[in-house]
Design a protein. Structure first.
Length: 205
């Protein structure tokens, strides 16, 4: 093995250690609880938007207010559970934060484009399935950074997008249920792994 191979192997080992330390941090810190809260806030926001869209109004201000309150609730919850500067608690958390902030920015951009083309938006609500495509991308990025298992999350959000297309009038509700069930499933897996690590191995007498 030459020097270049040694360097590549060392870089690979360093990257693996960083990823493993992130997973340990996810088990040690209240990240499963955070995912549960994020899912709950998201589901409530989507149910409100569903009710607004189906029975109240398509005016943009109530939707903007709903999503803004959801975002603020998530920020307050994360700071309360993890303290100030939580996004700098691990190098990869900072990277993931930037990935998901980019997702939020592009999602808002897509929605604002919809408001600028209201006739097309009201006819098909094309921007809602686009959220699922953006979610698929963000979960795929998370898979590259954290674990290949998150590819399944990307596939799930892709399937959610198809469901939104076939039931476009219920897209808010489908998006909320799809996302919340996914976040709660990830939280349940983390909690199970946390309990497994906390349980001492049985001693053989």
């Amino acid at each position: 093995m030459n020097a270049a191979d040694d360097n590549r192997q060392e870089a690979f080992d360093d990257w693996r250690r960083i990823r493993q330390s992130l997973i340990r941090l996810g088990l040690e810190r209240p990240w499963p609880e955070s995912l549960i809260w994020i899912g709950a806030f998201h589901l409530v926001a989507c149910v409100i938007c569903h009710i607004l869209y189906r029975y109240v109004t398509i005016a943009p201000l109530p939707y903007l207010a709903t999503w803004s309150v959801q975002l603020a609730a998530n920020v307050v919850m994360l700071r309360k559970l993890h303290g100030r500067g939580w996004s700098r608690s691990h190098p990869l958390i900072g990277v993931l934060t930037r990935v998901w902030l980019t997702f939020l920015i592009i999602s808002f951009s897509v929605t604002s484009y919809s408001e600028m083309s209201a006739d097309q938006a009201n006819a098909f609500n094309w921007f809602k399935p686009a959220w699922a495509s953006l979610s698929c991308f963000a979960w795929a990025m998370t898979a590259w950074i954290v674990s290949p298992w998150f590819v399944l999350a990307a596939v799930w959000t892709w399937a959610t997008g198809w469901a939104m297309i076939y039931r476009i009038q219920d897209a808010y509700l489908i998006y909320g249920i799809g996302w919340t069930s996914l976040l709660w499933l990830v939280a349940a897996i983390l909690i199970r792994n946390r309990k497994r690590l906390a349980t001492p191995p049985e001693t053989i007498e």
